[in-house]
Design a protein around this ligand. Structure first.
Ligand code: SF4
Length: 353
């Protein structure tokens, strides 16, 4: 990473700056985002992840968009935590169709002490196949984050979902501060962060700016930023929310690319609702990661063969490994964390003075 590129990694974004970007003339915004994208990534490479639900439904949280919440009757079939061999079999299949990262999701408030040993075995087993590993298991204590890091988990997914102001309209069983605390534990345990949000939940442009501001102003940008389009599920409180204009979705992708220039921005849930043309625009705006396969946790995802055809039509190719210099990334991360710790010590000392 050149000095100019490093200088472009800001962590002091103001809400109004981001909102101004979101409201730029569309062509200017896309041109800017594509320019930033080309400074940091191969513009025709897309990272591919596969996602498996390792424990489905009956979640005690009340996320208003989620069919897995035990608070809503969505007709979803509940499933217990999968056994190790079943998970490894799915990981083998994912690798065979070109995935470089295997993500495992469990519908929990947080993992229990009883389930942790099996979860850790899953991490070790999938990693031994040469795949990158990612998990999303709900909130983590510091100790659990350390255990996962030691087992070799590469990424932990924990979304902020929306702005701090709108969050309470969507989830009441945990707070924004809880989310940020888990992200802290993950970062301090040496894992990479996957964190993003969901659009189309009735939020305002200012809320979308607020979400991006929170993500971009984390001490280190999340390496992976999933931007989901709400899938309206019958039986959830957001079942009848109005559709989001796809142009607003593309704008948010473009601004995510600008404010987090080195992060992989992922087109996540809701891709099957998008036309090929919307997806093409999203790639142009700086999205460079997708979930691949026919299921995305409990929702339909575009058929793998359809994705292959779309890649061919757009001249895209799968990214075979992280398109970043790991040493430079690690050095930048350590430098940033050292500065954060130093700042905290100075603040602490000033407060006590
Ligand atoms: S924590 Fe996850 S699985 Fe549980 S209700 Fe919220 S989004 Fe769904």
């Amino acid at each position: 990473m050149s000095p100019t590129q490093r200088a472009s990694l800001r962590h002091d974004w103001q809400r109004d700056e981001i909102q101004t970007l979101l409201e730029r003339p569309f062509n200017d915004l896309l041109f800017q985002a594509q320019g930033v994208h080309r400074q940091h990534f191969d513009p025709n490479a897309v990272q591919i992840s596969t996602l498996l639900s390792i424990k489905t439904g009956a979640c005690p949280e009340d996320c208003k968009y989620c069919p897995q919440s035990g608070h809503y009757n969505t007709g979803l079939q509940r499933e217990k935590l999968l056994q190790l061999e079943a998970v490894l079999e799915e990981a083998r299949k994912a690798k065979a169709v070109g995935a470089s990262r295997f993500c495992m999701g469990a519908a929990w408030k947080h993992p229990s002490a009883r389930d942790m040993p099996l979860v850790l075995e899953m991490v070790r087993g999938v990693r031994a196949m040469g795949l990158e590993t990612c998990m999303t298991l709900g909130m983590l204590s510091r100790e659990q984050a350390e255990q996962l890091g030691e087992a070799g988990l590469d990424y932990y997914n924990h979304n902020l979902d929306t702005s701090p102001e709108y969050y309470g309209d969507i989830i009441t069983t945990r707070t924004y501060a809880d989310r940020l605390e888990t992200l802290d534990h993950v970062r301090e345990s040496g894992m990479k962060i996957c964190s993003g949000g969901i659009l189309g939940m009735g939020e305002s442009v200012n809320d979308r700016a607020g979400l991006l501001q929170q993500l971009a102003n984390l001490p280190v940008h999340p390496e992976s930023v999933p931007i989901n389009m709400l899938i309206r599920i019958q039986g959830t409180p957001l079942e009848h929310v109005e559709d989001l204009d796809p142009i607003e979705f593309i704008r948010t992708i473009a601004v995510a690319r600008i404010v987090m220039p080195r992060s992989h921005v992922r087109l996540a849930a809701g891709r099957e609702l998008m036309s090929d043309e919307t997806q093409a625009l999203a790639f142009f705006a700086g999205a460079n990661s997708i979930f691949y396969g026919e299921r995305l946790l409990t929702a339909q995802n575009p058929q793998a063969t359809h994705d292959q055809r779309l890649f061919e039509r757009l001249g895209l190719h799968p990214e075979t490994r992280e398109d970043i210099d790991d040493d430079a990334h690690e050095a930048a991360l350590q430098q940033r964390m050292a500065k954060v710790r130093l700042d905290a010590m100075v603040t602490d000392a000033t407060a006590r003075a």
